[in-house]
Design a protein around this ligand. Structure first.
Ligand code: ZN
Length: 240
């Protein structure tokens, strides 16, 4: 049974069973890039309109120096996160259901969350930054008049909850080369500009930094990442 909207568990008895705190919630998870993108430049290089500019449909992403690709990382974390959220009762929509396909375009990645009427959406990435740089950052939508007006405030709250939970649960520091205190605001990302639901991106760490790469390559760390993102989403959705 869907929970009545606007009711906070602290203000009145929660209708959700204790082990299903996310019953009635819809979460859209977007694992960045895709394993088939590199083999299909004809598809991923097609330009799409992200309102503030024209951009390629999708990109191949980065990888660690040892060759662990960002698309594999993002898909693994997304799968782990989906399992955690579903166990807590959420309906989860993923923008791709394998790591061997191509795309979808960034415009579609936003549309999937919109169509699901997601209560929250998150796009999972890892950065390809300078080898000396470390840490994570959360990216929030900036103002694109007529598009992001209504999602900026809730996305800001989502971003702060994700940042806090990620920092606490993974121990990963704020990025020392991106954004400010682990936060950034951008208007060049189609996944944010075209979202009608509260949404943030996260760059979980720097794949080109050896210390960060060692963490990202560890399945145990990826499980911590997923648990951290779940905790941030629960905090946003229910203030827990
Ligand atoms: Zn990426």
């Amino acid at each position: 049974m869907p929970a009545p909207s606007g009711v906070t568990p602290s203000a009145s008895p929660s209708p959700r069973p204790q082990d299903q705190p996310l019953a009635g919630d819809v979460v859209a998870i977007d694992p960045g890039h895709n394993g088939g993108n590199a083999a299909h430049p004809d598809i991923v290089n097609q330009l799409v309109n992200v309102i503030t500019e024209q951009k390629p449909c999708d990109t191949t992403g980065t990888e660690t120096d040892a060759g662990y690709p960002e698309h594999a990382f993002s898909f693994d974390v997304a799968s782990r996160l989906a399992a955690i959220l579903r166990k807590q009762g959420a309906r989860v929509v993923l923008t791709r259901d394998n790591d061997t396909g191509t795309g979808p375009c960034i415009t579609q990645r936003a549309a999937i969350g919109n169509r699901a009427h997601a209560d929250a959406a998150i796009s999972i990435h890892a950065d390809g930054g300078p080898p000396g740089g470390t840490g994570f950052e959360v990216i929030e939508p900036g103002l694109v008049p007529g598009y992001t007006d209504k999602i900026i405030a809730p996305s800001r709250r989502l971003g702060l909850d994700i940042r806090a939970a990620y920092h606490t649960n993974t121990g990963e520091p704020y990025s020392d080369y991106l954004g400010t205190d682990g936060l950034d605001v951008r208007t060049d990302l189609g996944g944010l500009n075209l979202s009608a639901v509260p949404k943030v991106f996260i760059e979980c760490a720097n794949m080109r930094n050896s210390a960060d790469a060692a963490r990202l390559t560890s399945a145990a760390f990826r499980q911590r990442v997923a648990a951290a993102l779940a905790a941030g989403l629960v905090a946003f959705l229910h203030g827990q």
